[in-house]
Write a protein that binds this ligand. Structure first.
Ligand code: NAD
Length: 240
């Protein structure tokens, strides 16, 4: 159980993968969870939208404001990966990746600040990546976007930004996680699976639930004195 008092949370990119696991984890703990994703149909607490769209964020803030009156937890999780060598990374791909992964997180923080300010022990959790901490082949746009998310986390955690409102801001940096994103890049071949396992000292790749457990901790009262932190949740991969 995360908290005795039910909390209201918003998770972006919550249709599948890590975002879905975080939303399910929060709901199991009795929280009210809004899910925001470009593939969801609008329904109770599910909102279809694009994290790059200011208009979609405004619609979402108006809805949460009128229904819940406040927001306690924002998880900026929506993200995309486009792999290519530098010379094949078009400006359109660069803009798309930076737009979803970095601008999406910025818009989320800015759009939800007023509702978070009214929240109980409010916090933001940004989903960055191991690519924010170390290089990765064919990932220039993705790594730049996730490095930006990591820096945004620290910048916003400062007193004059969000700490004066009591809003904590942290990030998780997943390693390789078994989600639709991972499967679309690596497929299910035994060779690729073995290659990924060899990169992780704990000799397995992450489940989405491993990431949800870290998210649950950082968004709970147990982490009340943690802000501006980026937590590696990668089975030791970043230290190799
Ligand atoms: P996924 O592709 O399995 O799921 C991503 C979700 O985000 C989908 O539901 C998708 O519809 C949604 N989404 C994408 N673009 C969107 C947009 N513009 N607006 C709204 N929703 C959008 O991905 P995942 O593996 O669950 O990754 C989740 C987060 O974790 C991402 O930020 C990703 O970069 C990060 N991450 C993943 C891994 C991994 O190995 N899977 C590793 C490190 C970091």
């Amino acid at each position: 159980m995360l908290e005795a008092t039910p909390r209201t949370a918003l998770v972006t990119g919550a249709a599948v993968g890590i975002g879905h696991a975080i939303a399910e984890r929060f709901e199991r703990d009795g929280w009210t969870v809004y899910r925001f994703d470009r593939t969801l149909e609008d329904s109770a607490r599910a909102v279809r939208g694009d994290v790059r769209s200011e208009a979609d964020w405004k619609r979402l803030a108006d809805r949460i404001g009128s229904e819940a009156g406040q927001l306690d937890v924002l998880v900026n999780n929506a993200g995309i990966l486009r792999e290519a060598p530098l010379e094949d990374t078009s400006l359109a791909v660069w803009d798309e990746v930076i737009g979803v992964n970095l601008t999406g997180a910025f818009l989320g923080c800015r759009s939800m600040r007023a509702l978070l300010k009214r929240g109980d022990s409010p916090c933001i959790l940004n989903v960055a990546s191991i690519d924010a901490l170390r290089g990765s082949l064919r990932h220039s746009a993705y790594a730049a976007s996730k490095g930006g998310v990591d820096s945004l986390t620290r910048a916003l955690a400062l007193a004059l930004e969000l700490a004066n409102d009591g809003i904590r801001v942290n990030a998780i940096c997943p390693g390789t996680v078994d989600t639709p994103m991972f499967r679309s890049i690596h497929g299910n071949t035994a060779d690729r699976a073995q290659e990924r396992l060899a990169l992780h000292p704990l000799k397995r790749i992450s489940t989405a639930e491993d990431q949800a457990a870290a998210a649950a901790f950082l968004c709970s009262g147990e982490a009340a004195f943690i802000t501006g932190a980026s937590l590696s949740v990668d089975g030791g991969r970043a230290i190799r």
